[in-house]
Design a protein around this ligand. Structure first.
Ligand code: NDP
Ligand code: 2IT
Length: 445
């Protein structure tokens, strides 16, 4: 990196032992090199140095009492990364692996993703190393209440609006919202992903998976392809994976595999989504259960092997760095021609290089999975209006937004000389609006 190398060096020095954060920043700075060359005034204004440093990082203790009466302590985080174009917006991840590096990479990517939606939302992310798996409803509720007791001091409908992510679904959002309301005596749109009876938006549950397919549909169309009759492999079996599966079927494709962190299922006849939804959304059990109901399907232990299944289109929808260079090469060798990232940063940097070098139609996470947060922003709009749109109205807006994101990323890629590189295109298109805003708003002396 010619112009921005020193920014990367400073990030590494200032944030040691944070590999995921370094990975996310490096990819963006590499894409922004040609922008820095064309915009010396942004270099002079320190835009690049500023954008890699979170505006605020909140770290707190989350004590709660388990069912046996024992006190447990988790760590809570909220990274308020950038508010140049709107209130901080981004999910809350509840997973034992959560640490500063993971939340900073997610918060950083959220800045550009949220900008790409075209809606007025800044970037943030939060969560805790709490593991909801195997916990009772009561334990999850007490954790969420304690988490919100502290978080409530730092968020607000016009300040910072958290939502779901891994481990945080409708149940957790409900408990957190209840606690916020109890503490603040306010019924406001401070969280998104709320229940439909109390301020939630239709389509928010489906939005990330649907949006991913709408985005990929555009990218495929540009190359004369579509989901029709395509064989699709999807990793994960959570919110994003389930609704991506549903939309792939609606678009005429067939999903043959899904996974969780223990292993994957392969059903050559096509995954029966109602079975998966019952296992995952209702019973909260493991994906291995699927083969009990569909004995023709095969379960394999270990989640990485899912990429050895031949497919036309792969949609990684589980977690970061779940698809490495070897997996990328295997997918291509087996005929895969398109990859859409439903998860955040699911492909390693090496895997992305392999996809781009082999002209795979590649939808990077920031662009391809922006439908979730975009619909969250639509939930915020509806909350402000004290109004709600129909399913069709929200779905139509989501479709438009995803089409616009594809167009913006594709046009930026062309404008900067690498037409099919949507990674570069999405990074640049997302960055430009935030940089303009930061430049216009000046630096405090
Ligand atoms: P869920 O908690 O609903 O599902 C997560 C899925 O991914 C589960 O199947 C889980 O398996 C699997 N998974 C999680 N961690 C790992 C791991 N370390 N290794 C292997 N598998 C893992 O989360 P979501 O579906 O909401 O999120 C999935 C991805 O999509 C994340 O990267 C998230 O950041 C991203 N995303 C989510 C959005 C949303 O609106 N929800 C919006 C945009 C992006 P197991 O049950 O075994 O843990
Ligand atoms: O990664 C993401 O974009 C999300 N988890 C959704 C965030 C949101 O505010 O809806």
């Amino acid at each position: 990196m010619k112009t921005l190398g020193h920014v990367m060096d400073q990030v590494i020095k200032r944030n040691p032992n944070e590999p995921e954060f370094h990975q996310a920043v490096r990819e963006v700075l590499e894409s922004l090199e040609p922008v820095a060359e064309r915009k010396p005034q942004w270099v002079d204004a320190g835009i690049f140095e500023r954008i890699v440093e979170p505006e605020r990082q909140i770290l707190f203790r989350v004590p709660w009492v388990d069912d046996s009466g024992k006190v447990q302590v988790n760590r809570g985080f909220r990274i308020q990364f950038n508010s140049a174009i709107g209130p901080y917006k981004g999910g809350l991840r509840l997973h034992p692996s959560v640490n500063a590096s993971i939340l900073k990479f997610l918060g950083f990517e959220q800045i550009f993703k949220n900008s790409l939606t075209g809606l007025p939302i800044g970037g943030g992310k939060g969560g805790s190393d709490f593991d909801p798996k195997g916990k009772s409803d009561g334990e999850v509720m007490r954790f969420c209440q304690s988490f919100m007791t502290e978080l409530s001091k730092h968020i607000g409908a016009d300040t910072d609006v958290p939502a779901g992510d891994i481990g945080t679904g409708a149940r957790e959002i409900g408990y957190m919202y209840g606690q916020y309301k109890r503490l603040r005596n306010e019924f406001t749109g401070v969280l998104t992903g709320k229940g439909l009876q109390w301020g939630g938006s239709l389509v928010r549950t489906e939005a990330t998976g649907y949006g991913l397919c709408y985005f990929m549909d555009e990218a495929l169309k540009a190359k004369g392809k579509s989901f029709k009759d395509a064989t699709v492999v999807i990793s994960g079996s959570g919110n994003v994976a389930i609704y991506a599966t549903q939309k792939v079927y609606q678009l005429g494709g067939k999903v043959v595999a899904l996974s969780d962190s223990n292993g994957y299922i392969y059903d050559a006849d096509g995954i029966k989504l109602d079975t998966v939804q019952r296992i995952k959304e209702v019973e909260r059990k493991r994906i291995i259960e699927y083969v009990k109901y569909h004995p023709n399907a095969v379960y394999t232990e270990g989640c990485a092997g899912i990429w050895t299944i031949p497919c036309d289109i792969a949609l990684p929808c589980a977690t970061q760095n779940e698809l490495d260079e070897t997996a990328a090469k295997t997918l291509i060798a087996n005929g895969c021609y398109a990859v859409g990232e439903g998860a955040n940063m699911p492909s390693t940097a090496e895997a992305v290089s392999v996809f781009l070098a082999n002209k795979v139609i590649f939808g990077p996470a920031k662009a391809a999975n922006a439908g979730g947060v975009a619909t969250s922003a639509l939930e915020m709009s509806q909350n402000s209006m004290r109004y709600s749109w129909t399913f069709e109205e929200v779905d139509e807006k989501l479709k438009d937004i995803m089409t616009n994101i594809y167009t913006a990323a594709s046009e930026a890629a062309s404008a900067y000389g690498d037409a099919d590189n949507l990674v570069m295109g999405a990074n640049i298109a997302g960055f430009l609006k935030v940089a303009e805003a930061m430049y216009a708003q000046g630096v405090a002396y």
